[in-house]
Design a protein around this ligand. Sequence first.
Ligand SMILES: NC(=O)c1ccc[n+]([C@@H]2O[C@H](COP(=O)([O-])OP(=O)(O)OC[C@H]3O[C@@H](n4cnc5c(N)ncnc54)[C@H](O)[C@@H]3O)[C@@H](O)[C@H]2O)c1
Length: 467
Amino acid sequence: MTNVLNRRAFLGTTGAFVAGNLMASPLAREALSKGNKIKAVLVGTGVRGTSFWGKTLVDNFSDILEFVGLCDINPGRLEYAAKYMGVSCPLFASFEEMINQTRPDLVIVTTKDSTHHEFIVKGLDMGCDVLTEKPLTTDEDKCQSILDAERRSKRKVIVGFNYRWGPYMTKIKELLQSGSIGRITSVDFHWYLNTYHGASYFRRWHGLRQSGGTLWVHKATHHFDLLNWWLDSDPEEVFAYGDLEYYGSNGPFRGDKCRTCDHKQECKFYWDITKDKRSMDLYVNHEEHDGYIRDNCLFRPEINIYDKMSAQIKYRDNTLVNYSLTTYSPYEGWKIAFNGTEGRIDAWLDIPFMKGDNISQSEMHELEMSQQDASLQTEPVILHKLWSDFKVEQVSFPKGGHGGGDKLLHDQIFRTPGKKDPFDRPAGVRDGAMSILIGIAARKSIEAGHPIRISELTDLEPRARRI
Ligand SMILES: NC(=O)c1ccc[n+]([C@@H]2O[C@H](COP(=O)([O-])OP(=O)(O)OC[C@H]3O[C@@H](n4cnc5c(N)ncnc54)[C@H](O)[C@@H]3O)[C@@H](O)[C@H]2O)c1
């Protein structure tokens, strides 16, 4: 705490703590302006790295970007990654060796969450811009080390917050930004993960707080980033409750992993990974190197994250937010309502009984993760001004690629880096930090039994207006 205050005082006097952030890769911009390709390396060749930040970039951006190195601790997965992505660049076990040999413009970090800081800090210190998957990191000390590293380097951190870019999310931002409901005073935000997607977090490293920081950080970072961006204010204080009472040691039985389990018949969560070629290629075929079991039992006793979570967040501009996250809902979806001095906005996605359809929940998860399905869906946002009738704003957006956000995020980072966005969607280190700090504060609040102030965690001082 003393360190945080001292550092803040120091930054205040030196003026090093500048508002705003270019939130782009200056090196990528420079390469493009000289007619060169962006030289990129990727660390963490798992499912997200090889697909969204791997093959998708190779397929759509090879005219302006080339991979010059890939790195992972699992040599089998690393070799598979190069084949899957269709690249012939050198492969590395050592991150430093990769940077020294390839001198990239951009480091893309897609390792497990608790290791992001290592590669962000080293990447910046070794002279590269860094694009990291969410969450920025998993605790406040690692967060501070990233903030410090960006300040001392001339390089930038980009956080791949794809949800902001979905046209449905952007419509909400547009309505709020235009002042349609006056000053926002309070928000109800509830997110429901189903027994496919929610359960999947408990099968692997995400189920351990030391790896993913709990779903308060790993998953809710998306939701807290949306809130910070929609409200355009910083969080100031968080009070939370949470518990683990469905997965982990709460299960009625358990096995070693689905493949060898004695309870295949009676377990509703039984998953035959051998029928999923991509998971076999990525994980099962390389288990011998690191013991990474992708179809782990979600009732194993070492699971130590929360499966139900609820928080109150007070923003610096005095907006009050009620937030909850559940992980074993029969359907996957979310609802939000903004109350303002001049009206209210209601929005929701994927609530089956509100849509009147009955899509299979497992298919729905596949669809959301798919980059292929470009077919459009249209969903309403309700704008209800005080003393007048409500208005339905219909928003059309692609079904796949996180509601169309994935593609727009890629285009902004690689085709038009640095271009000003009317909705302020590009995200930098401060956005990454503010979103995880809510989850970290929530974790601490549960342990301490009292509210936690965001300003206690790092030297970032919450602002009434973000920028
Ligand atoms: N934005 C989104 O919608 C979204 C979706 C999925 C995943 N993600 C994020 O992407 C990241 C990767 O997730 P994933 O699902 O691909 O996980 P994964 O387990 O499939 O892949 C992680 C990879 O990192 C490697 N790794 C772990 N520690 C390492 C280290 N110290 N050095 C080098 N390599 C290391 C592992 O061997 C593995 O190949 C996570 O941070 C996750 O939060 C984001």
